[in-house]
Design a binder for this molecule. Sequence first.
Ligand code: ASP
Length: 411
Amino acid sequence: MRIALNTQILVGALSGVALGLLFARLGPDAGGVKQGIFVCSLIGNLFTDLLKMVLVPLVFTSIAVGVANLRQHRQLHRVWVSTLGFFVLSMALAIALALLASNWFEPGKGLSLDLFQQADRNIAAKHMSFAEFIAGFLHGLFVNPFAALAQGNVLAIVMFALLLGIALVMGGERYRNILQLLQEGLELMLRMVGWVMRLAPFGILALLAQLLATQNLAVLSSLAAFVGVVLGTTLLHGFVVLPLLLFLLTKMSPLRFFRASREALITAFATSSSSATLPVTLRCAEQHLHVKPSIAGFVIPLGATANMDGTALYEAAAALFVANLANIELDLAQQMIVFFTTMLAAIGAPGIPSAGMVTMVMVLQSVGLPAEAVAILLPIDRLLDTFRTMVNVEGDMVVSLLVQRVLQDKA
Ligand code: ASP
């Protein structure tokens, strides 16, 4: 009997966690553990490499074809507006949740400042002002497409493909052949994604085993209150807020949604990268959630770099945590600044592991908090990244369903 891939992936993930915990327990010196971790890293890397291999042509063809298929301009406009609207809405909810919970539980209050001062001395984080961030972000949007494709610069590829798609729409029949070429290219890429997915159960097992075996789980408990607030609100957002939003607007049951999106959620959890997960997300959206390719092909790749609920939530909670550690009281106006810079920081963060840590510097600095404080969070970042990436990817799939719903209503 053939077991469904969905189930195989779940079994792979659970076995990976168990194996990782076993490795951690035995310690690196026990016989075979080093070799085991090495084999896991080989298989895990192979899996993510394969995903990244198809990523660039997939994003390019999917966005260009997605936009071109929206044909009439009125519809294109609606997709744009509703996509951006839902991105902002879902991230705003996530940040509000983080700010509320952080104000309520006040993680970091009264924690020994040694930790903070030590971090301060040891690591000098790169300073990045708000203006610099915006300038860098805008500058990165439009890049020579061949360079962007070669470097795997997802945001720049998205922008070029968007423009190309619009040009194809405006040109109509004239560019029929190019559109067909792109369409066939997209189909080919999705076929290859299907092959890569056969490796997914093993890849996920290996990635999770390696992560748990090589991270120091004990540091999580030293920052227990903060970890509790972040994980609690991330899970609340992922399991209550987003499914509720989806249910209210589309009537899709949460159970159905999670069943259909499981492959992508587990892959996001294991790879901690929205970009690497993108091929799987697109597959889930189109094949399991039945989002039209013209909508999914546009919303999902854009969302993988711009829509990050989990990251937004994490950065807002972290800013308030650092303020508490440094004994700085942030008033309402400052928290509003945190709100807006966090959203920009999440939009600007690329979908790769720990990207949120880098753009967080900007959030801290926007309200005068010491950027060096990221050093305290670094040791726990990879572990928290699993959950926030999962919610980032979940948000993309939810928004694609919401956009589809809006278009149906207006059709
Ligand atoms: N790892 C996250 C992602 O790829 C970004 C982050 O670090 O928050 O979605």
